[in-house]
Design a protein around this ligand. Sequence first.
Ligand SMILES: Cc1cc2nc3c(=O)[nH]c(=O)nc-3n(C[C@H](O)[C@H](O)[C@H](O)COP(=O)(O)OP(=O)(O)OC[C@H]3O[C@@H](n4cnc5c(N)ncnc54)[C@H](O)[C@@H]3O)c2cc1C
Length: 458
Amino acid sequence: MVYPVIVVGGGPVGLVAAHALSRAGVDFLLLEGRPDIVFHAGSDLVLTNSGMRVLNQLALLEPLDKVSTDLDVMQRVDHQGRNIGDIDFLAYQKEFFGLAPRVLSRHDISAVFYDSLPGSIKSRLLPNKRVASLASNANGDGVVVTCRDGSVYEASLVIGADGAHSIVRQQMRELAVQHNATLPADSMPAPVNDEQPFLTTFRCLWLRFPSVSAIPVGTTSETHGPIATTQLFAAEDTTVLALYERLDTPTRDRIHYTQADQDSVAARWGNLLAAKGSDMTIAQAWAARTESGLVNLEEGVVENWSFDGRVVLTGDAAHKFTPSTGAGCNNGIVDIVALVNELYPILPSSASPDRPMPGKHEVASALQRYQSKRHGAVTAGCAYSGQVTKSSSWADWQSWLVDRYVLQFKFVQRRLALMGATRDTAKTPVFSFIEGVDRKGGSVPWIKQMKAPTVVKV
Ligand SMILES: Cc1cc2nc3c(=O)[nH]c(=O)nc-3n(C[C@H](O)[C@H](O)[C@H](O)COP(=O)(O)OP(=O)(O)OC[C@H]3O[C@@H](n4cnc5c(N)ncnc54)[C@H](O)[C@@H]3O)c2cc1C
């Protein structure tokens, strides 16, 4: 059987792709390398209005309400625990778009996304399928996907939602190189991406500990200073603290850290305050931890997001942000909106079962339109989040000056927040083929309106 679409990766972005394709009535298979789609691991995520609007359209916001905690003022101290002024960016989001950003665990977001899928769709999500390679099919109009367990699947289009170290991205590059080797000298070659498109300047030690009364639920607190900066989000049961530490030398290599590496980062910054207003230190939070991890924070945007109308990248496979602005996953979700809006009118679906699978040139044009709608926004977002990580860790005197003194003025905060809201967030696309109603508006109007629900006349 040749599937119209195979999604590789069942992380948050792959699961949103499953929802979107299912709502579009497009047949697909999703291959996830881990033994379970929903698993207990990973830090917390903040959902912002751009992601939440789309999730509301997919009817996922209501179940998310039950497992997430609203965030408001972001408190800030320096490495000595001195107040350096609160930031109202999160509160402005509520004022501008109606909803407070909220924090939840990766487990809970995956559980909501997975549990909300209809049973018939869940059976298309296959765990324990770690993709090992992609190859061109015999006709050159599709892709053969081989998993590490030897199973083989074929699709007209492969969507890579397999994270920062994406095998789909690596294999897409390989396919482009092979394709170019067979071309006559005067033909236009397929673009070939850099082998290591992301640069790591920071790494992140994150830890989860049982919430404590000294750090009330909903607290958002940051510690700023040279080389390292922290973010803490307190939810009902657990609190997550992430410490971003600048590396001595930026690297493009993947690094697997050991427990000893985690211990040494925790020890180095153990005396920092976990949150403003509490005397809990990172050392104490570390001692109370129930989960932790040390990961590189790769940054960058892949130049070409598709190959030959047959492979396309989304989410962290296409772009990697530092977590400081809570934007990586939200942008991945919006990628799926832009991509499936392009695919919906051309792929065969339950609404148009007689529509033939389009030729790869038609799909290639759709994939190009998808990239052109997203590339500029994610490039700007990625640069911004890198800048925020840099300035919170006082990378140079200009960053220190802005972070320590300029940002504390509320009119500066408001101006910056409003600029981001009108220039970026308000333009967030929505699914063109799904009816929906925005939950609540704010003072900044959305540019794209949702398809109004059909009124049934009786
Ligand atoms: C500490 C930290 C905090 C963060 N906070 C935020 C935040 O507040 N807000 C936000 O928007 N973003 C945040 N992010 C970023 C966010 O986690 C990512 O942007 C998001 O997880 C990307 O989702 P994804 O589905 O594209 O990739 P991933 O989450 O990496 O999922 C990829 C999936 O693909 C699977 N996979 C990988 N290889 C294969 C293979 N070969 N075959 C089959 N399956 C495979 C993996 O098992 C995984 O399930 C944070 C990141 C970190 C590290």
